[in-house]
Design a protein around this ligand. Structure first.
Ligand code: PLP
Length: 390
C-alpha cells in the first residue's frame, strides 16, 4: 500500500538518520539513506561475515543479479543489460577505457560536465591521442530547445566519435532534453554515453527507448539506496566490448561475469537495493517525483522573490533540484561561494550548495520527501542576514 503524498515533509524526517535541527537541502550530492535500508544493508554484511567463503563464492553474485532484476523496471531496461557498479565515475572509467580511441578521435563534453567525468576524458585523451571538444551549455537556461541547438552546433563543428550527455547537470541542475540530444548525436554518427547520475528516481526513465550506447545512473541519490549503489547499462552496439576498469577473474567471460566480480569487496549497498526500492514503493515513485518537483519549483519562486533575483532555469528544465541566483554583492568566485556555504552550515545548520556561475553566485536547492517549504524560507532569511555590508 502506498502512503498518501500529504504525509511528505517533517513527519518523514525520523525515517532518516539526518541530524536533528539541521536543514538538509542537498540531497542531490550524496542522497540520504532511510534507516530501514541501512538495516537491510547491515543484514547483508552480517550474512557475509557469518560464512565469508560461502557468501563470497556462492551468494555474492546472485544477490547482485537479484538487485539488477529488481532495478530493471524502474529504469526501463533488461536486467541482463545492467551491471551494478559503485558509482558513475567507475562506470565512465569502464566505458572510456574500453574504447579503442585513436589520435584525432574527439570526445564531446560541455562546460558543465561533472569534474570526475571530465578528468577521466582528459586521462584517456592523454593516453590515446584523442581530443576533447567542449561546448558551452547556456546558463541561465532559457529552454530545452536552446540547449539542444547549442549541442547540435557543437556536433556539427566537432564531429565527435563519442558524445557525453548529462541527463541532469551537476553544477547547474539542468534537466536536459536527453532524448532529442541522443537522437541528434546518433544522427551525427557519434557513440552516446548518457551520464544520468541524478536521473533515476528524479526523472521517468526508459533507457532502452533512449537509443544511447551506455547509460549510467546512481541509486544512492534519488532512489534511497545505501552509498555505493549505481548501475551501468550497455546497448547492443557496445556491450560485448565493455570491460570494468578493474580487470579480475571474469575477464572475457561476459558482461556480468566481468562486472559482478572486480575483486573482494563489500557489495552490501547494491545487495540491499531491493529494500530501497521497497521504500520507494511505499510512497510511489511518481508521487515522490511529483512532490520533489513541486517543492523545487516552490523553492525557486520563494527564493527568487525573497532575493529579488531569477531562477537559473525554466520549469521544463527542473527535476528535483533548482538554481536560484543570489543578489549582487555576495561575490562571484569559488572562495566566496565556499565561504557562504560553510557559514550557512556553521551558523544556521543549513546544508546546500553554492556555485559561482554567470558572474554571480547561485544556490542549488534539492528537494526530497523529508523537506518542507518552511526550510526554504529559513534559507532565504539566512542568506539575507549574511548580506555583505548589511
Ligand atoms: C552529473 C554527475 N555525474 C557523475 C556523478 C558521479 O559522482 P560519483 O561517481 O563520485 O558518485 C555525479 C555526482 O553527483 C554527477 O552529478
Amino acid at each position: 500500500m502506498t502512503t498518501a503524498p500529504s504525509a511528505f515533509g517533517t513527519d518523514l524526517r525520523p525515517l532518516f538518520c539526518l541530524e536533528e535541527a539541521s536543514l538538509h537541502l542537498n540531497h542531490g550530492s550524496y542522497g540520504a539513506t532511510p534507516r530501514l535500508v541501512l538495516e537491510a544493508q547491515r543484514d547483508w554484511r552480517d550474512r557475509m561475515e557469518a560464512e565469508p567463503s560461502r557468501f563470497m563464492e556462492f551468494e555474492f553474485r546472485p544477490a547482485l543479479r537479484a538487485a539488477a532484476a529488481r532495478l530493471a523496471p524502474y529504469v526501463g531496461a533488461r536486467a541482463d543489460d545492467l551491471a551494478m557498479v559503485e558509482n558513475p565515475t567507475q562506470a565512465v572509467n569502464a566505458i572510456l577505457r574500453s574504447l579503442d580511441l585513436k589520435p584525432g578521435d574527439r570526445i564531446l563534453i560541455n562546460d558543465q560536465t561533472y569534474g570526475a567525468v571530465r578528468n577521466t576524458v582528459r586521462f584517456v585523451c592523454t593516453m590515446t591521442g584523442a581530443e576533447i571538444a567542449e561546448w558551452t551549455l547556456p546558463f541561465p537556461a532559457e529552454s530545452p530547445q536552446q540547449a539542444l541547438s547549442a549541442f547540435e552546433t557543437a556536433l556539427a563543428q566537432s564531429k565527435p566519435r563519442l558524445a557525453i550527455i548529462d541527463h541532469v547537470t551537476s553544477p547547474t541542475a539542468l534537466a536536459l532534453p536527453v532524448e532529442a540530444m541522443t537522437a541528434a548525436a546518433r544522427d551525427a554518427g557519434a557513440l552516446v554515453l548518457v551520464d544520468g547520475a541524478h536521473a533515476p528516481g528524479m526523472m521517468g526513465l526508459d533507457i532502452e527507448a533512449l537509443g544511447a550506447d551506455w547509460y549510467t545512473g546512481t541509486c544512492h541519490k534519488w532512489l534511497f539506496a545505501a552509498k555505493g549503489c549505481a548501475f551501468l547499462w550497455a546497448g547492443p552496439r557496445v556491450i560485448d566490448r565493455l570491460h570494468p576498469a578493474v580487470i579480475s577473474h571474469g575477464y572475457l567471460n561476459g558482461f556480468h561475469e566481468e562486472f559482478d566480480w572486480v575483486g573482494t569487496r563489500d557489495g552490501s549497498a547494491q545487495q540491499s537495493l531491493p529494500a530501497a526500492l521497497d521504500f520507494v514503493d511505499r510512497f510511489g515513485v511518481e508521487a515522490i517525483r511529483t512532490h520533489n518537483h513541486a517543492l523545487a519549483m516552490a523553492a525557486g519562486r520563494r527564493l527568487s522573490a525573497a532575493w529579488g533575483t531569477e531562477m537559473g532555469q525554466p520549469e521544463s528544465m527542473v527535476g528535483s533540484m533548482v538554481m536560484v541566483r543570489l543578489p549582487d554583492g555576495y561575490g562571484t568566485g569559488f572562495e566566496t561561494a565556499r565561504d557562504l556555504r560553510l557559514r550557512l552550515l556553521r551558523e544556521d545548520r543549513i546544508q546546500t550548495r553554492v556555485n559561482p556561475l554567470a558572474g554571480g553566485l547561485y544556490v542549488r536547492v534539492s528537494s526530497q520527501i523529508y523537506n518542507h517549504i518552511g526550510e526554504i524560507d529559513a534559507l532565504a532569511d539566512a542568506v539575507l542576514a549574511k548580506r555583505p555590508n548589511a
